[in-house]
Design a protein. Structure first.
Length: 308
């Protein structure tokens, strides 16, 4: 076994899948669980995956972070980014001087609060390109993809980033590194900003249904154009070809219910601010007109408020 200690904070679909993969690579992986605590402590996590099914029994299963018996080399944060979740407060008891904090989460501008809370710790930002969901207690269904991109925030590539990459690659996860990870976050926003909200506002539709409707497809493209403009005005150089590539990639993948739609259907809070709100605020600061993003943002705020 590798002596690398990893603590997963947010043992839902993403945390369970990638935590399980790090366990497969030999790392000592522990999990902070809430609703699944009793089940996972007794039976572990089962993953049905297109890459091959596997079972993962965490080294330690805890429901309070203070109960973790060590200080981890990596804390992998895979929770939703929501106003009611104070990640800095949750992880603080187990952040040692050499602990790298890895944020595998959606959205833009998510790293700043963690950087402010832990100015002397290494922050690794991560993007997951994966279709995965939790089907029941301790049961994960990995439907498609699985690629990761990681890099230091705000930029750079440290030995800890490269070692984490090596662990993922060892477990057959396609993991690449990027020394300008914020640029990659904007690239992912090109997909997230239209598909997540439209899947909810459109009445519970999957990606295939969205793109088969010509008006919905035009809305997707217009939102993508607005995200591209914000990113480029912010100093990032994203080519317009990314729009067509995202459309083609989505048409080629299996029909998929977005993570936001799954949250909505299960009456969970939505990641409205980090997927739409932050982008709208940045556009406002840059004096950019983003009518499609603003409309989706306004409607999603209403739906989110009335769904909880």
């Amino acid at each position: 076994m590798d002596n690398t200690k990893v603590l997963i904070v947010g043992t839902g679909a993403i945390g369970s899948f990638y935590g399980g993969k790090l366990d497969c690579a030999g790392a000592q992986v522990s999990t902070l669980c809430r609703s699944d605590y009793n089940h996972i402590k007794k039976s572990g996590i089962s993953v049905k995956s297109v890459m091959g099914d596997f079972h993962f029994m965490p080294y330690e299963v805890i429901n309070k972070i203070e109960d973790y018996s060590s200080i981890p080399d990596y804390i992998l944060v895979t929770t939703k980014v929501l106003p009611g979740i104070d990640i800095q407060k949750i992880i603080e008891p187990k952040v040692g001087k050499n602990t790298a904090i890895v944020l595998i989460q959606n959205g833009i501008d998510i790293e700043k609060p963690v950087r402010e809370a832990f100015p002397n710790n290494e922050i690794i930002s991560g993007l997951a390109f994966i279709c995965v969901s939790r089907t029941s207690l301790g049961e994960i269904y990995h439907q498609d993809y699985g690629r990761l991109i990681i890099g230091n925030y705000p930029n750079g590539l440290s030995p800890k980033v490269k070692y984490l990459q090596s662990l993922f690659i060892k477990s057959e996860v396609d993991c690449t590194v990027d020394d300008n990870i914020v640029n990659s976050r904007w690239k992912k926003m090109i997909w997230n900003a239209p598909f997540n909200p439209i899947s909810v506002i459109g009445g519970g539709v999957d990606t295939k249904t969205i793109l088969e409707n010509s008006e919905a497809k035009n809305l997707v493209i217009n939102v993508m154009k607005e995200v591209l403009e914000i990113a480029n005005k912010s100093g990032y150089n994203l080519p317009e070809t990314l729009i067509q590539k995202n459309i083609e990639d989505t048409l080629n993948m299996k029909p998929y219910k977005t993570s936001m739609l799954l949250d909505y259907e299960n009456n969970r809070p939505l990641e409205v601010e980090v997927i739409l709100g932050n982008a709208v605020k940045i556009a406002r600061d840059l004096d950019l007109s983003v009518p499609n993003l603003k409309a989706l943002y306004s409607l999603l705020l209403l739906l989110d408020k009335n769904n909880i």
